[in-house]
Design a protein around this ligand. Structure first.
Ligand code: NAP
Length: 247
């Protein structure tokens, strides 16, 4: 069954892979991202392989841009039935050096941005009596991570938000789950590696139980299952996709 799916952070990394996998299953796609040119290109690529897709530039921290983009999705594709929130930013700073501005931006994008997108999408799901929501949190919110207090706090908030909404909407046919990725080889991680903020991919691979870095496709595979009809009895869960790093 073809449904309308919205993916945030859809121009890069996990969001891009999730959009491709959902398109492969015949869904119509609304791709949202801060990077206007890249998200339009991602949508054009899906269109050229036969998917009904549109791209929209949003800053998820800015509610007006989210509302405008979801309005466009509704008028061109139909009401939102699936949403995956992958838009996010990282930052590495010792706790005592985190400025209020930096704290606020990380929380605004990662946590408040997720709030904006879900609050804008859920009314469509309530009308339909069916919905699938997957948030992308982080294994760092399960394990802790030095020099990432603002990031870890924001992702812990995403996990809590996911569980709260799972309880609130379970009786309405809407499931809400989170994937806390481990170390996934994406542009975000490559930037952090190049800046010396994260160990090299090889070093991480050596201490990962499955002995490889995760890929965006690993995340997308779990995500499309959680977005399927078959996953209707799974809600409020953290589905760990981390190569055995954290259990
Ligand atoms: P990525 O390749 O950098 O993709 C993230 C996308 O989100 C980028 O296209 C980015 O655009 C976009 N974005 C950033 N801020 C935004 C905003 N305010 N509004 C809309 N879009 C915005 O990173 P990724 O590794 O795929 O990360 C996806 C998610 O997984 C993030 O939430 C991240 O925190 C989380 N995560 C990643 C890892 C990992 O190992 N990679 C591990 C745990 C959790 P720009 O490029 O223009 O900024």
């Amino acid at each position: 069954m073809s449904r309308v799916a919205v993916v945030t952070g859809a121009a890069s990394g996990m969001g891009l892979a999730v959009a491709r996998h959902l398109a492969d299953r015949g869904h119509r796609l609304g791709l949202l991202d801060l990077d206007a040119a890249a998200v339009q290109q991602a949508a054009a690529n899906l269109q050229s392989s036969g998917t009904h897709a549109l791209g929209a530039a949003v800053d998820v921290a800015d509610r007006a841009t989210v509302d405008e983009a979801l309005g466009k999705v509704r008028s061109e594709l139909g009401p939102v039935e699936i949403i995956v929130t992958s838009a996010g930013i990282d930052e590495f700073t010792s706790f005592t050096d985190i400025t209020a501005e930096s704290w606020n931006r990380v929380v605004a994008v990662n946590l408040t941005g997720t709030f904006h997108c879900l609050q804008a999408a859920i009314p469509d799901m309530l009308d339909a009596g069916w919905g699938r929501i997957v948030t992308i949190s982080s294994s760092s919110a399960q394990s802790g991570a030095a020099r990432m207090a603002h990031y870890v706090a924001s992702k812990g908030g995403v996990i809590g938000l996911t569980k709260a909404l799972a309880k609130e909407y379970a009786a309405h046919g809407i499931t809400v789950n989170t994937i806390p990725p481990g170390f996934i080889d994406t542009p975000m991680v490559r930037r952090a590696e190049a800046a010396g903020d994260l160990p090299s991919i090889d070093a991480v691979t050596a201490r990962t139980p499955v002995r490889r870095a995760g890929t965006p496709d690993d995340i997308a595979a779990a995500c499309v299952f959680l977005c399927s009809d078959e996953a209707g009895y799974i809600t409020g869960q953290q589905i760990n996709v981390n190569g055995g790093w954290y259990m």
